[in-house]
Design a protein around this ligand. Structure first.
Ligand code: SAM
Ligand code: SF4
Length: 477
């Protein structure tokens, strides 16, 4: 692979990762001093927000496991609580403040316990300042660019028994070789890149996660092989805009190529990816999905708005016509392909007419599912400086109309599934016996026995209700 354009400074040097391992060893010793050698250490790590954050959380849990921690989901049982925060919308931040506030009584009861915050929300200086001043129960805090230095931060906090706040200003780094403790189950996430260069005017991500940077294909493929060998049945490749994967790696790297290489790894698993920015979604990518059997026929293609005027104000660099052409091409090339999208309602200056165009797009495309959000003003973004005269009640009314419309479309999809047989990944138990998901994430419950969990099955949909699909197994694959 040509690496001449690769900005090597973005990769954390292996010596630095080794230095952090020494801090991991120091943490083991300091934790024994703090809690006693006989004590079974338990940590609670909660990641808010997107899958990228969950993937970071798995790396933090990997580091904690190497320090000797087991894991709990009960705050009262935890010796260390780490909230990996999200900044995308205000309500995510409000939730974190509420949850951290609730920990003060635990900290009073057990002052030796440790409370930490990390992730996108605390990368913002005004938030870190507020935590430092008003939340004395927080022992340590670090931003997105310091994730790989967590052992050093915790060791400092333990050794000197003081609060540590670490927010680095940086374009971002790539840290390979961190331990990972993947969530058990059938699905695994695999970050292929970090950061974002797109600066959509509403979005805080480029401000808190730094510039776009791609992992080397060999590192991604090594991790994908590891995930497949561990028996996971679905791998989701993650990036804020996977379509620009490799732009910083030289001419040979591209997302379609990487996707194909992941899909060529031997084993029985599905491959998904998110997010795919429509402006960079190419016919080559659609052809790759069509040609690779393991890649799900489900494209998550966030459109955000059905109005060209609003898309321009959002700095999205595509039109509704471009978006519809992509959908039409994909439908031509990939039989049965389904789409999921993100929509923002009530962007500053949006009119009822703009909103009705979004509604019309939703009715036309008939998405498998929608992620809908009411616009949330984010400090530091361009949209935060735009006039936003639409009353909250109006935004809520539009939001309900959108949900209502999608509910009807969802019910129509469900009715059409009856009598059809789908490949389903069985992922757990249900009151009927088992449950699983199709390639396009529709949930089907069906009778069956537990050993089938983790298997691909052919399931025929025999009944559809408003929110539920019932099926029968036709064949185990
Ligand atoms: N990189 C992805 C993309 O461009 O599609 C999106 C990542 S963002 C974490 C997930 C979704 O949150 C976006 O697609 C958008 O719909 C929503 N979002 C981002 N900023 C928002 C804001 N300020 N208010 C409401 N929703 C927002
Ligand atoms: Fe945010 Fe836009 Fe980047 Fe997605 S592409 S993370 S919405 S700035």
């Amino acid at each position: 692979m040509a690496e001449k354009n690769m900005p090597s400074g973005r990769f954390v040097p292996p010596e630095e990762i080794q230095r952090q391992q020494q801090f991991t060893a120091a943490c083991r010793r300091l934790l024994r001093d703090r809690f006693g050698g006989e004590h079974t250490l338990l940590a609670l790590v909660h990641s808010y927000g997107c899958q990228q954050n969950t993937a970071d959380g798995e790396r933090l849990m990997g580091m904690l496991a190497e320090m000797g921690f087991g894991f709990t989901e009960t705050p009262a049982d935890a010796d260390l609580i780490l909230y990996n925060t999200c900044a995308v919308r205000e309500n995510a931040e409000v939730k974190v403040f509420g949850n951290v506030g609730e920990l003060s009584h635990l900290k009073k009861r057990r002052p030796e316990m440790l409370i930490g915050l990390c992730g996108c929300m605390v990368q913002q200086a005004h938030i870190a300042g507020k935590i430092k001043k008003s939340y004395p129960q927080v022992d340590f805090l670090f931003g997105t660019h310091s994730l790989h230095q967590f052992p050093e931060i915790l060791a400092d906090c333990l050794e000197r028994d003081h609060r540590v706040f670490r927010i680095d200003e940086s374009d971002g780094v790539i840290a390979e070789g961190l331990p990972v403790r993947r969530t058990p189950g059938v699905r695994a996430s695999l970050p292929i890149m970090y950061g974002c260069n797109n600066f959509c005017t509403y979005c805080v991500v480029p401000l808190v996660r730094g510039r776009e940077r791609s992992r080397r294909p060999e590192d991604v493929l090594r991790e994908a092989r590891e995930i497949a060998a561990q028996g996971y049945r679905e791998i989701t490749l993650l990036g804020q805009n996977v379509n620009s994967y490799g732009n910083d790696l030289g001419a040979e790297a591209s997302f379609p190529r990487l996707l194909r290489e992941v899909a060529e790894i031997p084993g029985d698993f599905w491959v998904r990816f998110m997010s795919s920015h429509p402006k960079d979604c190419t016919r080559e990518l659609i052809d790759t999905i069509a040609e690779c059997e393991k890649v799900c026929s489900h494209i998550y293609l966030p459109v955000q708005s059905g109005s060209n005027r609003i898309l321009r104000l959002m700095n999205r660099h595509y039109t509704v016509e471009w978006y519809k052409e992509l959908i039409a091409y994909a439908r031509e090339r990939i039989p049965g392909v389904m789409f999921t999208t993100d929509l923002i309602v009530g962007f500053p200056g949006e009119t009822e007419e703009d909103f009705l165009q979004t509604l019309a797009l939703v009715k036309e495309v008939k998405f498998a599912s929608l992620y809908t959000f009411i616009y949330s003003k984010r400090e530091g973004t361009a949209a935060a400086r735009m006039d936003d005269p639409i009353p909250r009640e109006e935004k809520s009314r539009w939001f309900s109309m959108l949900l209502d419309t999608q509910r009807k479309i969802g019910a129509e999809h469900y009715r059409n599934y009856v009598g059809k047989t789908f490949r389903v990944l069985c992922d757990g138990k249900s009151p009927l016996g088992l449950t699983g998901r199709t390639e396009f994430n529709a949930v089907i419950d069906f009778p069956g026995e537990e050993p089938l969990i983790g298997r691909f099955l052919e399931v025929e949909v025999v009944r559809a209700e408003k929110h539920d699909l019932t099926g029968e197994i036709r064949r185990a694959l």
